[in-house]
Design a protein around this ligand. Structure first.
Ligand code: CAA
Length: 379
């Protein structure tokens, strides 16, 4: 059993680290504070191949694989958690077209997002359908030559900037998973509109919006797979998405650990640096240990995916553990900062807010436990 990264994986990690430290980290605080979506930086990430990492070169992806993707995403998240979620969802959106698209769909829609020329997005969640996507009500009505889409989506990452969306909508009976279908949506489609931008607690430099469909005309050839396959396509995409969020969580936790150590080494109380107190050392030890565990759990899920094996259980375990761990890491790091950590001038305040959503999106911790327990008990 080899625990070593290949030379290529190590190179990708260093390339992402270099990019993140130079092009993201110096600006991440300002972007977050002012709610600026870093379009130019995302464009550069596209040019570096970071938005189509799991797509083979044949379809203009970088063919780097899931392990490299996780390593790169950890580095991006360490410097800017907002940019990391944009990267994660962009990569997630490539997966369904690669797996279920026709050659024509791959040429027309997959290649531009894999090259990073367009950003991919994933539109599943609705106001009344979060953990339970099977209850969604956005409907795609078959009109012969086209589908007519009516309804709305909420909390859509990169919705105002995306060039290609994977849209899940209902073509069959209400409240059934098998009544859902997947479509490739582009923002120029008549009847489609980007709605309200959300005012979020954290990740304020990522774009999160509502999508509105009023008699939106969806060409028949944009159906992905076949009618009724939408729920499955969404679940398969989320398996990949969840290793992305696990990686984002590891990156955020590493940044928290770094801030905690730096602060503890310079903050003096009772005449000593607080890093000399065992209470602080134990918090640092616990965080460092948990980061290592989350890192390897995530890479193990990614490695399973790279081998072409089922990885649903592994992805959910990595997402559950890493996201809960990132919140513990942020909590401890803020605790080490004391009152200063509660102030906006300190980076830990942003990291604490950024970490919070990782246990919620792409399936809450409770949903991950449903997936894991079902898989484990079926074994
Ligand atoms: N791979 C392939 N097929 C799968 C699958 C997977 N991982 N998971 C389920 N399926 C299939 C099942 O085999 C089943 O197939 P059949 O109908 O042929 O039997 C079908 O899908 C239905 O599965 P379930 O019975 O398990 O479905 P359920 O209604 O009980 O739901 C759930 C299970 C795990 C709770 C699921 O609904 C779920 O994951 N919910 C969370 C949704 C979510 O993560 N949303 C995130 C939105 S996107 C986002 O957050 C992105 C962002 O912006 C950051």
């Amino acid at each position: 059993m080899a625990f070593e990264l290949t030379q290529e994986q190590e190179m990708i990690r260093l390339m992402a680290r270099d990019f993140a430290r130079k092009e993201l980290e110096p600006y991440a605080g300002k972007w977050e504070e002012e709610g600026i979506f870093p379009e130019a930086a995302i464009k550069k990430m596209g040019e570096l191949g970071l938005l189509g990492m799991m797509i083979p070169v044949e379809y203009d992806g970088s063919g780097a694989g899931a392990v490299s993707y996780c390593l790169a995403l950890q580095e991006i998240a360490y410097s800017c958690a907002s940019t990391a979620v944009t990267m994660s969802v962009a990569n997630l959106a490539t997966d369904p077209i690669f797996k279920y698209g026709t050659e024509e769909q791959k040429n027309k829609y997959l290649k531009p997002i894999a090259r990073g020329e367009k950003i991919g997005s994933f539109a599943v969640t609705e106001p009344e359908a979060g953990s339970d996507p099977g209850s969604m009500t956005t409907r795609a009505e078959d009109k012969g030559d086209y589908y007519l889409i009516n309804g709305s989506k909420v909390f859509i990452t990169t919705g105002a900037y995306a060039g290609v969306f994977i849209l899940i909508a209902r073509t069959g009976p209400e409240k059934t998973n098998r009544g859902l279908s997947a479509f490739i949506l582009t923002p120029d489609m008549a009847g489609f509109k980007v709605g309200r931008k959300e005012n979020k607690m954290g990740l304020r430099a990522s774009n999160t919006v509502e999508l509105l469909f009023e008699d939106c005309i969806m060409p028949k050839e944009n159906l992905l797979g076949r009618e009724g396959l939408g729920f499955k396509i969404a679940m398969v995409a989320l398996d990949s998405g969840r290793i992305g969020i696990a990686s984002q969580s590891v990156g955020i936790a590493r940044a928290c650990l770094h801030e905690a150590i730096e602060y503890a080494k310079t903050r003096k109380q009772f005449g000593r640096n607080i890093s000399s107190f065992q209470a602080i050392q134990w918090m640092i030890a616990d965080t460092a240990t948990e980061i290592e565990a989350a890192h390897w759990l995530t890479l193990s899920a990614a490695h399973t995916k790279d081998q072409g094996l089922p990885f649903t259980r592994e992805a959910s375990m990595a997402k559950l553990f890493a996201s809960e761990m990132a919140n513990r890491a942020a909590y401890r790091a803020l605790q080490i900062h004391g009152g200063y950590g509660y102030m906006r001038e300190y980076k830990i305040e942003r990291l604490y807010r950024d970490a919070r959503v990782t246990t919620i999106y792409e399936g809450t911790s409770e949903v991950q436990r449903i997936v894991i327990s079902r898989e484990v008990m079926a074994d």
